[in-house]
Design a protein around this ligand. Structure first.
Ligand SMILES: C[S@@+](CC[C@H](N)C(=O)[O-])C[C@H]1O[C@@H](n2cnc3c(N)ncnc32)[C@H](O)[C@@H]1O
Length: 288
């Protein structure tokens, strides 16, 4: 396990993932009934963007650095509000030093009745995450293989919730594993909202991945993809995607506003592109 999210925290992929995660949580919180967020690949929860590691890549500069405290058109601003408020709340003196990972962002948006279960397998990152949530009875942090949690921890006892699956994609076969993991998890918790993250880069088997997901016959599955540059540059990601199962009914319209804004704001060359479409359910119609 070599992957450390500190090198990538706050980058363009985190912006899309965390903005959407915040929308999913805000939507869940519209009903009083408690919900649980299961975060299978949680990371360390809080990232110091002034650290040597984050400064080394500087990826956040072309991610959250292009968004926070900038002019944003009103509709996109309203959609980004829960996410950006959380980032701002972590930096009360202004500027941008601390950035929330998915468990921290989740925790900041939860209400007293809600719960977080987060898994992290890297021993050092687990220790850091565990320390961050020390004494917080609403959060359970476990040093466990997140793929196993998709079986063992579902359905949650609240019977409502969000499952975020955000693997590092450092070994071959992760797209297949993601589709298989969703199949297993959905059988146990078909009413849950699932959010799966995947990278877009040269040679990635995206068509096969989408086909495998479609074959699962899960009724409602939305896809959001954002590429910030051509995939001819083989160093690192050119973009990222999210699969959202059982999305809030408002999410597609929100993505249709958010994605064009993010594409314009985060683009690194003229090949940037974005799309949101139903893989299954609603109007199944692919568009670019
Ligand atoms: C992309 S990062 C997570 C970022 C985090 N979800 C966020 O948005 O802030 C992936 C994390 O998964 C951890 N990891 C890798 N394999 C794992 C596994 N099998 N189970 C749980 N965690 C794992 C890595 O150590 C890494 O911290």
């Amino acid at each position: 396990m070599n992957y450390r999210h500190i090198y990538h925290a706050g980058n363009f992929a985190d912006v899309l993932k965390h903005a959407v995660l915040a929308r999913l949580i805000v939507y869940m919180a519209q009903k009083d009934k408690a919900f649980r967020v299961l975060d299978t690949h949680a990371g360390i929860g809080l990232y110091d963007l002034s650290s040597e590691e984050a400064q080394k890549t500087g990826e956040w500069v072309d991610g959250i650095g292009r968004i926070l405290d900038t002019d944003i058109p009103a509709k996109a601003k309203a959609i980004l509000q829960p996410y950006l408020t959380a980032v701002r709340d972590l930096n009360p003196d202004g500027g941008l030093t601390l950035y929330p990972g998915s468990p921290k962002l989740t925790r900041m948006l939860m209400r007293p009745q809600d719960r977080l279960s987060a898994m992290e397998l890297h021993p050092d990152d687990y220790e850091t995450l565990h320390r961050l949530f020390d004494g917080d009875f609403q959060s359970r942090i476990t040093e466990l293989d997140g793929w196993l949690a998709l079986g063992a921890h579902l359905p949650p006892k609240e019977k409502r919730g969000i499952v975020l699956v955000d693997p590092p994609f450092e070994i071959a076969g992760e797209y297949e594993r993601l589709a298989d993991g969703l199949a297993k998890a959905w059988r146990r918790f078909s009413g849950g909202t699932f959010c799966l993250w995947y990278p877009l880069k040269q040679g990635a088997p995206i068509a096969e991945f989408h086909a495998a997901l479609k074959a699962l016959e899960i009724p409602k599955m939305l896809c959001a993809e954002l590429s910030v540059r051509s995939d001819r540059d083989t160093t690192g990601l050119s973009g990222s995607g999210l699969i959202i199962v059982n999305p809030p009914f408002t999410l597609k319209d929100e993505l249709d506003i958010l994605l064009p804004f993010l594409k314009d704001r985060l683009k690194q060359d003229r090949h940037a592109s974005a799309r949101a479409f139903w893989l299954r359910g609603e109007e199944v119609r692919e568009r670019d």
